[in-house]
Design a protein around this ligand. Structure first.
Ligand code: MN
Length: 499
């Protein structure tokens, strides 16, 4: 028998991407990090049977595709070293410097966050994910890591596949969306949707496929016709393209419309970008007079922007049997629509208000998002410090509770449930009994011990609780001090006597 041929994994494909994207990256360092990781993971295999190094290599390739910087690419190669090999974080730091070390450390921390399908904690988990990342580059590495894990998901048991896929749809993709990294959002959703809901994915895929030829025809027809008409009217076209709806977002829309695909008008959207607002209205006129607009489907989001700031003119026209939506906007409006992440944090896709009041940090996020766009270098120095006033505390089940700084076990108890707050008698933090006015720290695991027969909260708690939720509830439910009971008793007697 011939000896099994050893597959040698090479760093060359990564170097090729770096070269192709003209990245300012020291290829010697990349080789060194690759060899370091390869040696550390040697003998380890992925569940798929591949040599483990394939995974960090693929992660680094995604990061290079995105045009990220040297430290991020190196950290991508090294991201699983401290967790899974004999080499420690200190070793990595010593060998590759503190910037790379900090990124790898961030990834290791993020690995500890798990989504268990609890809807009410999803928003906290998203926030915590960002808070723990500390450096936005860590989030990119985590996304690249998740993409490769999704691509190789088949090797895992089905239950685990589903958990990872759902976590991607509920935590990762929304964060990518809000960060304005739409390419990543689309990749994550596409990969995860298949695994989380295979039947539904298949339905949507078939639906998209059956209409594809038709849509292509429409696209060609409308693109040609509208271009000619606009040129004739001397309206400058900055950009004009078609966009098919993503499978996952089509699926969500279908759910809203009781699975009736005829209710969905934007399977194919045509985007027309023209220089000025005046041009937008002129273009709308041109389109409406050349094609038959569907009544009631015209929308002027320029005069009346959506609550999230979205602006465009929409009109829906018939093209054979298909319905096509035109979105007409200026480059500034387009920018807002694509990257207006402040909007995305506050409102969902359809402009509905998300019922979460405490989102100030999100405005900060929006600010630095705008800065990233202006200056790529900014990425390197970017630190997330918008969470200075928030802490994140775990329940023993691993759910995350978002609290203001200096919160106590009583605040924590009320954040879980008002009954638990009212009846809380003692608390454990990281398995140690603590006083009820103990100041919680981010990352603590807190446990509340309730006393079933307790009458209500202790009014003295008002001296140390931080959240309004706790304060209001304690004021309302605390047993009245003795003198108040006496007075009200006297009052009752008096009123009885009057009768
Ligand atoms: Mn990994």
């Amino acid at each position: 028998m011939e000896p099994k041929k050893k597959v040698k994994v090479s760093v060359e494909p990564l170097l090729a991407i770096i070269k192709q994207n003209k990245l300012q990256v020291d290829t010697k360092k990349v080789r060194r990090a690759f060899e370091y990781a390869e040696e550390a993971h040697r003998g380890q295999k992925r569940k798929s049977g591949e040599p483990y190094i394939m995974h960090p290599l693929s992660v680094a390739m995604t990061l290079a595709d995105l045009g990220l910087d040297e430290s991020t690419i190196l950290a991508g190669l090294l991201h699983d070293v401290p967790e899974d090999t004999m080499r420690t974080l200190i070793d990595v730091r010593k060998e590759f410097g503190s910037d790379v070390g900090t990124l790898v450390e961030g990834i290791t921390k993020l690995g500890k966050l798990k989504y268990r399908g609890m809807e009410r904690y999803v928003e906290n988990l998203r926030k915590m994910f960002i808070a723990m990342a500390a450096d936005i580059r860590t989030i990119f590495i985590k996304f690249a890591d998740r993409i490769h894990n999704l691509q190789t998901l088949d090797a895992l048991p089905e239950k685990k596949q589903k958990r990872i896929a759902e976590e991607t749809l509920n935590i990762y993709a929304p964060i990518a969306n809000r960060l304005g990294v739409n390419i990543l959002k689309d990749i994550l959703e596409d990969l995860a949707f298949q695994k989380a809901y295979p039947k539904e994915y298949e339905q949507v895929r078939v639906l998209l496929e059956t209409g594809q030829k038709e849509r292509d025809k429409c696209y060609m027809h409308l693109h040609k016709g509208v271009t000619e008409a606009l040129v004739e009217q001397k309206i400058e076209i900055i950009s004009f393209y078609g966009r098919t709806k993503q499978a996952y977002s089509l699926y969500r829309k279908l759910k809203q419309h009781k699975n009736n695909p005829n209710k969905i008008f934007d399977l194919l959207a045509m985007r027309v970008i023209v220089p000025t607002i005046q041009d937008c209205y002129a273009a709308l006129g041109v389109i409406n007079s050349n094609y038959r607009p569907l009544p009631g489907r015209m929308k002027d989001y320029i005069a009346q922007p959506k609550p999230n700031g979205y602006q465009s003119l929409h009109t829906t026209v018939l093209c054979d049997k298909s319905i096509v939506e035109f979105q007409i906007r200026t480059p500034e409006m387009h920018q807002q629509a694509e990257y207006g992440i402040a909007a995305h944090w506050f409102y969902d896709e359809d402009g509905e208000r998300i019922p979460d009041k405490d989102l100030n940090w999100v405005k900060e996020l929006a600010k630095w998002q705008a800065e990233i766009k202006n200056e790529k270098k900014y990425l390197e120095s970017l630190k997330i410090d918008v969470f200075q006033n928030r802490i994140f505390v775990f329940t023993p089940q691993g759910d995350v509770i978002d609290l203001p700084e200096d919160s106590t076990p009583v605040d924590f108890a009320y954040a879980i449930h008002s009954e638990i707050g009212d009846k809380c008698s003692r608390a454990k933090v990281n398995s140690q009994l603590v006083k009820l006015d103990h100041k919680l720290q981010s990352g603590d695991v807190a446990e509340i011990i309730v006393e079933k027969n307790r009458k209500g909260p202790n009014p003295n708690w008002l001296k140390f609780v931080k959240t309004n939720q706790a304060k209001t509830r304690i004021r309302a439910n605390a047993p009245k001090p003795v003198w108040e009971q006496v007075i009200s008793g006297v009052g009752q007697k008096l009123s009885k006597r009057k009768k």
